[in-house]
Write a protein that binds this ligand. Structure first.
Ligand code: SF4
Length: 315
C-alpha cells in the first residue's frame, strides 16, 4: 500500500524582474509504499532536494498533488499541515543547524515529546533513554551542549529527534554527506535497524551511490527536474537502461576500480533549468544521442513490472 503518492508535481522558481522561471521540478510522479526506502539520486541541480522540501512543505508547490495516507497535503494551509509534521520527519545534511546550540541535549530530546504531548516527565525520561539506546548513544551526553559532540554523535541526536514519535515517513536529505566513511556506514546500518523496528519508509536523497545501494529498495534517477529512470535497487545497479544512469554508475565504479580501464564518464555542462533544451534534456551530453533525441522528449517505457525509463533507445 502506498504511504505517499506524488502526481505531476511541479515547482518553478520565478526570476526577479523577468518572466522566466527556474523549473526545479517539472512533472514528478512517484509512489512511496509503506515500509520502503526510496533512494533519489542525480547531480546537483536535478531537483532532488527541492522534491524533499515540497514533501515536507518547506516550500510551496507550483502544481501537482502530494497524497499522504489518503490526505492531499501539497495544498493544505500550513496550520492544517502541522498535524502531519509528527508523521513526516526529516534528517538534514548538517545537524548543527537542526539543534539549538544553547540547549543541553536532554532538553533538545524532550522537545518532540512535549510538543506532541506524549507522556509525563517521568515517562519522557524513560523514552529519552530508550531513544538514546536506539541510536547507540550513551546517556552521559544528556548533560552536554551540541558543540561538545562529534559530527557523528550530533547526527545521531538529529536521527533520535526524527524517530521520537515513530513517524511512518522520514525524509533523509544527504544525511551522511558531512561524515567520514566509517560514520556513514554506521549511520546506514542504524537507518536499516530503525526501519526494521518501526516499519517506517524513507526517502533517501543522496549523491552517495554506495549509501543508496546499501539502503534502498527502489531507486529514482533524476535529471533537470524530471525522473529519467526508476526501478528496484537491482534494476538500477545491475541493469541500468538510461545513458545518464549508466554514466552516474560509471563514476562510482571508476572510484572503486582504481588502476583499471576507466568507463567513460558523463561530460559536458548541464543545461540551464531556465532555458531547457528541445527534446531529451540529456541530449547535449549523451554518448548515444540520435536525431530524434533533439526533437522530442522521450515517452515512458517499461522495461520490467516496476522498472521504467524515459529514453528513445527503448521506444
Ligand atoms: Fe540519450 Fe536520446 Fe536516450 Fe536522451 S533519449 S538519453 S539523448 S539516447
Amino acid at each position: 500500500m502506498n504511504l505517499l503518492s506524488i502526481k505531476n508535481l511541479k515547482k518553478y522558481f520565478p526570476i526577479k524582474n523577468s518572466k522566466l522561471m527556474v523549473k526545479a521540478l517539472d512533472g514528478i510522479t512517484l509512489d512511496v509504499p509503506e515500509n520502503t526506502t526510496v533512494g533519489i539520486v542525480g547531480e546537483s541541480g536535478c531537483g532532488k532536494t527541492t522534491l524533499g522540501r515540497c514533501i515536507l512543505r518547506l516550500t510551496d508547490v507550483t502544481d501537482g498533488i502530494i497524497t499522504f495516507k489518503d490526505q492531499e497535503i501539497a495544498h493544505l494551509k500550513l496550520k492544517d499541515f502541522r498535524k502531519y509534521r509528527k508523521s513526516i520527519q526529516v534528517v538534514f545534511q548538517n545537524p548543527h543547524n537542526a539543534l539549538n546550540p544553547r540547549m543541553k541535549i536532554k532538553k533538545i530530546l524532550q522537545e518532540p515529546f512535549l510538543i506532541w504531548n506524549n507522556g509525563d516527565n517521568l515517562d519522557i525520561d524513560l523514552k529519552i533513554k530508550s531513544l538514546l539506546k536506539r541510536v547507540h548513544l550513551d546517556s552521559t551526553i544528556l548533560d552536554r551542549y551540541p558543540h561538545q559532540l562529534s559530527g557523528g554523535q550530533l547526527q545521531r541526536i538529529a536521527i533520535a529527534l526524527s524517530i521520537a514519535n515513530e513517524p511512518p515517513l522520514i525524509v533523509l536529505d544527504e544525511p551522511t554527506s558531512s561524515l567520514d566513511v566509517e560514520n556513514t556506514a554506521d549511520l546506514i546500518d542504524l537507518f536499516i535497524d530503525i526501519k526494521s523496528r518501526i516499519g517506517n519508509s524513507y526517502i533517501f536523497i543522496s549523491h552517495d551511490l554506495h549509501a543508496v545501494q546499501d539502503i534502498s529498495d527502489t531507486v529514482v534517477v533524476m535529471y533537470l527536474g524530471r525522473i529519467v529512470e526508476k526501478g528496484s535497487k537491482e534494476d538500477i545497479f545491475n541493469t541500468p537502461k538510461h545513458p545518464y544512469t549508466k554514466a552516474l554508475l560509471a563514476s562510482m565504479l571508476n572510484l572503486e576500480d582504481e588502476g583499471k580501464t576507466k568507463i567513460p564518464e558523463i561530460t559536458g555542462e548541464i543545461p540551464s533549468p531556465i532555458n531547457l533544451p528541445e527534446g531529451c534534456y540529456f541530449h547535449s551530453r549523451c554518448p548515444q544521442v540520435m536525431n530524434i533525441c533533439q526533437k522530442s522528449y522521450p515517452q515512458l517505457v517499461y522495461s520490467g513490472s516496476d522498472h521504467y525509463v524515459y529514453c528513445h533507445l527503448y521506444g
